[in-house]
Design a binder for this molecule. Structure first.
Ligand SMILES: Cc1cc2nc3c(=O)[nH]c(=O)nc-3n(C[C@H](O)[C@H](O)[C@H](O)COP(=O)(O)O)c2cc1C
Length: 165
């Protein structure tokens, strides 16, 4: 199983988070690919690629609860080129700041999650929320979260395979 992490960021915290996961979780999957969202569109979820892949949306939040600029075209493509994503299994790491933006806390990650669910994709586990106002080492906590998330998700997938789901 491959892990593909798509990063939405302005000041690189989400990139550090993804790189830490790449280092700390390498033993749990066959490969980990980290990509900035800049040049992505919905075609990254093509069925042939998704069959042997798990995805993580790792994104911060800007403006009034918007996705970062580098994530905008990718996010918009989920609206402009909609297609059924029932073959996609994904997790979300949402970065934000609850002390200064409590009304739109982590909306970047939440918006991706809502849109992917609308298209039929399956979120595995709960969203990992990283609060910049409260988290000294977000990349450490994210890597720990991801190890548990991968173990749980891979177990769920093998049970589903046993039952022919
Ligand atoms: C101008 C500005 C607007 C922001 N707006 C939000 C917001 O609406 N909601 C939120 O939860 N965090 C908001 N944040 C906090 C960032 O999402 C947070 O600091 C995050 O860790 C940055 O990650 P990055 O370095 O990967 O871009 C904002 C930060 C800035 C500087």
């Amino acid at each position: 199983m491959q892990l593909k992490i798509f990063v939405g960021t302005v000041t690189s915290t989400a990139s550090y988070v993804a790189q830490e996961i790449k280092m700390e979780c390498a033993d749990l999957v066959s490969s980990i690919e980290v990509r900035l969202m800049d040049d992505l569109d919905i075609s990254v979820f093509a069925p042939a690629e998704a069959r042997d892949a798990l995805y993580i949306i790792c994104t911060s939040t800007y403006g009034m609860g918007d996705v970062p600029d580098n994530a905008f075209a990718f996010y918009e493509s989920l609206d402009l080129q909609p297609r059924f994503l029932g073959h996609v299994r994904y997790g979300v790491i949402a970065l934000g700041d609850n002390s200064s933006h409590s009304k739109t806390f982590c909306f970047g990650g939440k918006k991706f999650d809502a849109r992917l669910q609308d298209l039929g994709a399956h979120r595995m586990g709960e969203i990992c929320y990283l609060d910049a106002g409260n988290e000294a080492l977000p990349e450490m906590r994210a890597a720990q979260w991801c190890r548990e998330w991968l173990s749980d998700t891979l177990r769920t997938i093998s049970v589903q395979a046993l039952h022919g789901e």
